[in-house]
Design a protein around this ligand. Structure first.
Ligand code: ADP
Ligand code: MG
Length: 463
């Protein structure tokens, strides 16, 4: 076994050299255990089935190549989730060669490294939110508690909230920063304190995890809507932390008064400070683009001002799309080995721009069918499987991305998406949407998958 672990470590260090730091830390670094080795196949234990699916889709071929190279003989990797290992153990009851697995319900989530104050560009739309954020970061739980940031999707709420976390940690590395999305909170709560289970160890773990926070960051609190049990639980947590002088920061897509949650919780949110982030104007969009460029190419002067103006003029709804357009432009020019100039920006982006303009006021069933077909092709599954009942992970993942894209790119309502996907109900669709939105914030590979799908649709789907 040691030998195989060494092999994996070798492959891992090669992956480290050839991937960016975030990808490496999120995708490969967490894999530290091997389940078994059989017929020259090394079974790596991954955390979730989504990890497994993603790695198979994007990296497995490369990993096998490296492994064969390191081993000097044909070998390959297979992936198995911790849950599957557990199930296997139960069945076989022979765990002699299995490494111990952690079976805790709550997965600690890390702050995204690049979401810092220094990478956040300010302008009219976000200056107030930024100023208050710095205040909170400089004196947590003293001036503004709770701190509530709201605004439309993709405008920098998660970025700012995370930046506060980084700042506080830098000044006081012992601070226990707990970041969670409201959706994750609901899932943790459900696993730990489900009415039907009387597992006090899990319930204790839940309490210890959340109550030990010095700084609690809860993203997208609107997700608590209509989830009474979770709201109660969150209320208790809030009271506990607040009384113990801990800082609480919450983000949301709307002001607290418009949340669909119990009024005592709403009123707590108005105790501190609420601030919103608005859509950036042209000036700020251009400044953000220049800021992002630093991360993409070494000599930012190579991109002329009229390109920046063009992109900023055409992607005016949210920063995530703005950034996506810039990345697409850069990778277009790099892959065709052409200059970063205006004409090439038009070539790279024109189709997307005119398409997104058209798509704002469309949305019939007929269009959805065509979109479903393109997405199914992309995933190499058939349309029936996309809409059908099967819970097989590749169908589920494709379905979740379909929901996300129908909603964000084509402005479809959750109800109409539900009926296009085999008559699924609103809650199911809403859950799928949140799942991907959350994943995009935390996993650059899923973000990449979404980008790829969108550019495939841009190419293949004409109204
Ligand atoms: P939200 O949480 O509001 O949906 P995010 O915080 O995830 O939005 O931001 C979306 C993307 O836009 C992120 O990549 C983030 O870094 C970037 N972004 C948003 N606002 C700014 C800004 N003012 N300066 C730099 N990057 C920004
Ligand atoms: Mg967010």
């Amino acid at each position: 076994m040691n030998n195989e672990i060494e092999l994996w470590e070798q492959v891992k260090s090669m992956l480290k050299a050839s991937n960016d730091e975030i990808t490496f830390n999120q995708t490969f670094a967490p894999i530290t255990k091997i389940y078994k080795v059989q017929n020259n196949v090394i079974y790596l234990i991954v955390n979730t089935s989504l990890d497994s699916f993603r790695i198979k889709k994007f990296y497995l071929n490369k990993m096998n190549e490296l492994l064969t190279q390191c081993a000097g003989t044909q070998m390959s990797f297979a992936l198995i989730t911790a849950q599957e290992v557990e199930n296997q153990n139960k069945i076989q009851n022979q765990n002699s060669f299995v490494q111990p697995i952690q079976t805790t319900v709550i997965k600690k989530r890390n702050l995204r490294a690049e979401y810092t104050f220094s990478n956040f560009i300010t302008g009219e739309a976000n200056r107030e939110a930024f100023t208050f954020s710095v205040k909170v970061a400089e004196s947590p739980h003293v001036t503004i508690n709770p701190f509530y940031i709201f605004g439309d999707v993709g405008l920098g709420k998660t970025h700012l909230m995370t930046a506060i976390g980084h700042y506080i940690l830098e000044n006081n590395p012992d601070t226990n920063v707990v970041y969670t999305t409201a959706q994750q909170f609901v899932e943790d709560f459900f696993k730990a304190k489900n009415k039907n289970q009387k597992n006090t160890a899990l319930a204790d773990e839940f309490d210890n995890y959340y109550r030990s926070a010095d700084l609690l960051l809860v993203d997208d609190i609107q997700y608590l809507a209509d989830r009474q049990g979770s709201q109660d639980e969150f209320f208790k947590l809030f009271e506990y932390l607040f009384e113990n002088n801990k800082q609480i920061i919450v983000t949301s897509d709307r002001p607290a008064s418009e949340l669909n949650i119990m009024s005592r919780l709403k009123s707590r949110f108005s105790w501190g400070m609420q601030t919103d982030i608005k859509k950036p104007n042209q000036l700020l969009r251009e400044a953000i683009l220049r800021g992002k460029l630093k991360f993409l190419i070494s000599d930012t002067d190579e991109v002329p001002a009229n390109v920046i103006t063009y992109i900023a003029e055409n992607f005016d709804q949210n920063v995530r799309d703005l950034e996506g357009a810039l990345r697409r432009f850069i990778s277009y020019c790099v892959s065709f080995n052409i200059d970063f100039n205006y004409d090439n920006a038009v070539l790279a982006l024109d189709a997307i721009i005119s398409n997104s303009k058209n798509s704002n006021n469309s949305g019939t069933k007929l269009h959805i069918e065509k979109i479903k077909e393109i997405i199914s092709n992309y995933f190499n599954i058939n349309v029936k499987e996309l809409s059908g009942p099967s819970r097989k992970q590749e169908y589920v993942y494709a379905r979740q991305l379909t929901v996300y894209i129908l909603k964000t790119k084509y402005n479809q309502t959750l109800t109409s998406i539900g009926s296009a996907l085999g008559g699924r109900d609103h809650a199911t669709i809403s859950h799928a949407f949140d799942k991907i939105q959350d994943a995009i914030n935390n996993d650059p590979n899923i973000k990449e998958d979404v980008d790829n799908l969108i550019s495939t649709l841009d190419k293949q789907y004409k109204m």
